[in-house]
Design a protein. Structure first.
Length: 438
């Protein structure tokens, strides 16, 4: 599932739920500023919506944070494809959510904003100031959060019904994995500790031992153990009468553990010496090791079994959405000038180099013919999305398509922003208007 856990520059701690991390990274990692000028264009269509190169660039920066320890081995085309797949999946999920009537109240978005501010130690209004400093608006930030909440809701709804686990499978797993549900024996313990400093002299140790022996004598004569612990113990458990709760085997220092499991419930030990000092131990209760009953672990088994098939169920759902959608990808199919991006290594395609085999050239030519045939079969709605280069080849006298116009306008307003002639919020407003008009 395309949900990522990431660190960020502007905040040291991320807010929950996890998807807010993605929103943070979109807003505070500015690829166009950090990486230089990028020629914006349409690289994919998802039903009636488009995906621009700049939106891919933003996700690439997010993914590079995810893979920051593997950057040396990072394949740029692979990460671009992954970024595109993330956006396509999100658009399909949002479109489906809108069809099904999923909505998010303003109060839920405001609660998320408040939660983010609180968990990151921000005063009221400080988040808006940080966004403005990064060239973004609080309103666009809220819209991103709203979209992520909707994606989370529909994913939970769709996967929830598909991840149901039958009682038979739960019982079978319980029967076959008894060791996973074994609870080791444990004892509820009180103790009194008289500290002995490391490296103490024999004389000092003798004094501490004598002090502990005197306390034990009082207890043997009838003094309440809990009261003695409150009065004499130098351990932090003194205030609770020396009660340290239930302790399991393997969780205590060997000398202490050996003494505990020699005692029966209600018995008090002799003086026990450990690296911390001298102890008097009382066992209040002993619980033998056991296999937890099914009703106690049923929820855990459901979680385990659902988790095992979650990925497959998610991929199946996404396949259904993709199969019923119109998706066209041109990220790697456009002319080289349109692929210019500071986030990818602009290597020449092997087929463009001198010496390419005739077989490869023939294969590529065949692909172009097939693509042209497919284009001719598309309806009028798709026609508006053809690239300017194909439009000119197929009909030189035809006016540029709406898509070409939008690409040129996107480039123009991006140039204005790069030159400092318009602000980032103004750029985002104009860009959104172009997309809405399309």
């Amino acid at each position: 599932m395309p949900i990522l856990i990431l660190n960020m520059i502007s905040f040291k701690k991320l807010a929950d739920p996890v998807f807010f991390a993605i929103v943070f990274c979109w807003v505070f990692f500015r690829p166009d500023v950090a990486a230089g000028k990028v020629f914006d264009r349409v690289v994919a269509k998802v039903n009636s919506e488009i995906v621009t190169l700049s939106s891919i660039e933003e996700r690439v920066v997010v993914l590079k944070q995810k893979y920051r320890n593997e950057l040396a081995k990072l394949d740029e085309k692979k990460i671009l494809s992954e970024a595109l797949e993330m956006i396509i999946a999100e658009k399909l999920q949002l479109q489906q959510a809108r069809k099904m009537g999923f909505e998010v109240d303003d109060s839920a978005v405001e609660a998320a904003i408040t939660d983010i501010e609180n968990k990151n130690g921000l005063q009221e209004g400080q988040l808006a100031q940080m966004l403005e400093a990064e060239g973004n608006s609080l309103e666009s930030y809220k819209n991103r959060i709203r979209d992520q909440i909707i994606v989370s809701k529909i994913t939970k709804f769709e996967l929830g019904s598909r991840l149901q686990v039958s009682e038979r499978k739960i019982a079978r797993y319980y029967h076959d994995h008894q060791k996973e549900f074994w609870e080791p024996g444990r004892a509820r313990v009180r103790h009194i500790l008289i500290l002995s400093e490391e490296g103490a002299t024999a004389k000092k140790k003798k004094e501490k031992f004598a002090e502990t022996k005197k306390i034990l004598s009082e207890i043997r004569k009838g003094k309440d153990f809990a009261e003695a612990a409150k009065e004499y113990s130098e351990d932090i458990s003194a205030s609770s009468g020396g009660d340290v709760g239930f302790v399991e085997k393997g969780k205590m220092v060997p000398e202490f553990e050996k003494a505990v499991y020699r005692l029966k419930a209600g018995e008090i030990s002799d003086i026990v010496e450990t690296e911390y000092g001298f102890h008097i131990i009382k066992v209040e209760e002993i619980q033998k090791g056991r296999t937890l009953p099914l009703d106690k672990v049923k929820g855990k088994i459901q979680f385990i079994l659902a988790g095992k098939k979650q990925k497959a169920v998610y991929e199946s759902w996404m396949k259904e959405l993709k199969d019923s959608a119109f998706i066209e990808i041109s990220l790697f199919k456009e002319p080289k000038r349109n692929l210019s991006s500071s986030l990818i290594d602009s290597k020449k395609n092997r087929e463009d180099k001198p010496g390419s085999s005739r077989k490869t050239q023939k294969k590529n030519k065949g692909r172009l013919v097939d693509r042209a045939k497919k284009r001719k079969m598309q309806d009028r709605w798709e026609e508006m999305y053809k690239s300017v280069e194909k439009s000119k080849k197929q009909n030189p006298d035809q006016t540029p398509s709406s898509l070409q116009d939008m690409e040129e306008k996107l480039k123009a307003i991006k140039d204005l922003r790069s030159q400092g002639k318009i602000t980032e919020p103004e750029y985002q407003r104009r860009k959104q208007k172009l997309l809405d008009d399309l």
